[in-house]
Unconditional design. Structure first.
Length: 173
């Protein structure tokens, strides 16, 4: 081991190594829940749940849809105070709602919150830490190789291709 002043590369490697080990578990959970989240528009791993709630009275279909977090809720039939919509009923006089919905198991619903957390949830801090850590990984990976080496130059080119491909795919979708 060399005595004297250590290089920036030396310290970046150490932080990269131990932060990488620490984040390995977090990345595994994010990856797993992210893959599950891709199928959110399907019924994959979902089971039917009967939900009964009390909401406001005399709500419009738009208000009811927002209250129940159901997109595009449309009333299909009205009989007195009873309003019928896909998979459920709403009593506009009492505010009672009963409907069936397909939902993920509780554990998977919680894991998906990792990707949906907003600033008013504690998971928001984990998301910020994770994002900053991943950005550090991006930067520190370029310190793993000595400057002016062929490997580093090729790595920069491959990284640029990755950025361009990602931007193209984002704008094509």
């Amino acid at each position: 081991m060399m005595k004297g002043k250590k290089s920036m590369n030396f310290y970046m490697r150490i932080v990269h190594r131990y932060l990488g080990f620490f984040l390995a578990g977090i990345m595994a959970v994010y990856a797993f829940s992210g893959i599950i989240l891709i199928f959110r528009e399907t019924n994959f791993l979902k089971s039917e749940q009967t939900i009964e709630k009390k909401v406001g009275t005399a709500m419009s279909s738009e208000q009811l849809g927002r209250a129940l977090h159901l997109k595009n809720l449309r009333i299909s039939k009205v009989e007195g105070d009873m309003q019928y919509f896909d998979h459920g009923t709403y009593n506009s006089a009492t505010g009672d709602v009963k409907y069936t919905a397909k939902e993920l198991p509780a554990v998977l619903r919680k894991l998906n919150q990792l990707h949906k957390a907003s600033t008013n949830q504690p998971l928001f801090w984990l998301n910020i830490f994770f994002g900053v850590s991943l950005f550090f990984f991006v930067v520190s990976s370029f310190f793993m190789f000595k400057p002016k080496t062929k490997t580093l130059k090729e790595g920069v080119y491959v990284s640029i291709v990755g950025v361009v491909l990602t931007v193209l795919l984002v704008f094509m979708s």
